[in-house]
Design a protein around this ligand. Sequence first.
Ligand code: NAD
Length: 356
Amino acid sequence: MEILEQMGSEGHEQLVMVSDVGSKLKAIIAIHDTTLGPACGGTRIWPYKSEQEAIWDALRLSRAMTYKSAAADLPLGGGKGVIIADSHTQKTEALVRAYGRFVDTLGGRYLTTTDVGSNGRDMEYIKQETDYVVGLPVTVGGSGDTSIMTGLGIYMGMKACAKEVWGSDSLQGKTVAVQGFGKVATHMAHHLMKEDATLVVTDVFDGALDRARDMGLKVVGPDEIYGVDCDIFAPCALGGVISPETIPHLKCKVVAGGANNQLLSDGDGETLHRMGIVYGPDYILNCGGIINVESEIYGGYNADRARDKTERVYEIMEKVISISQGQGIPTAKAADYLAEERLKSVRGIRPVYRKD
Ligand code: NAD
């Protein structure tokens, strides 16, 4: 499909390609939708094999940000930046600052933050060139590590799923199989452990497994995690892990985790629905990070406000379940419906966002 044709069919507003010879910057910024507010989303620094691949990724990820912020009731649109570079070997101060200058030219239509390959230090560099950056370290007055709120949001969403399945949102005595024990999963685990849930964990990184063992958690191999006898399966590593290949192994009643794009395809959401497994859609549960960042934009960072908003993931998940039941559709589809209805209703009262 041609790029403009794809943008039209998916509702993208703008695609910006930027280049700076001196710093070797090659980047793309995609703004999907600014109905609800300025487009906000991280900057991914990744060695894409082709410009085409980088463009598709920016378009796909910016659209996902629109849905995430819309469903989380935030005053933000969806955007994403991608820099074509290896973050380990090609990321320099000049490259990141040059990128910041281009973000500035968008006049606030796009607010950037961290993503794969970029960190708080990079945001500090960007801040030297533009005010349209969030997710700065706490030490410079920013909102800091997003994974704290992300872990809390997943836990709250998990509780709402549990209430649907077992009639109570208590996770005491429930067994949760956790795939990937990185930053988000660790914060989620602290909440689960406080409630006396049992955790079974896997990872491909020995350091993560040592940390899990130190916390007294049971560890299994990466391939064993799907078949663990558990109540809840929590994907917290990679996308595409819920697939025709893995679903037959699942013994859980709930799938609820933090990884983005957990379903390999829409059909896998339908299969879970038919099997009576409640799926907590990824972007509904993992919105704590963008909530944390949003709290930095409006009125300065306030951890209590971010926490309050993140706890509302519970109610949002209840709404998703109610739509799913009312319409007889999988929860992933119900989440899209919830986001699209908000966009539709606000579009009716306000034109495209302009930074006045
Ligand atoms: P992280 O890098 O800290 O943790 C990911 C962990 O998964 C690592 O320990 C890694 O070794 C492990 N892993 C990778 N491949 C694996 C495999 N095949 N099997 C088992 N483990 C594997 O990342 P994170 O910040 O904790 O994010 C986890 C997921 O949540 C990612 O999909 C991310 O996109 C998503 N997410 C994160 C945030 C956030 O605030 N950090 C927000 C929204 C979504």
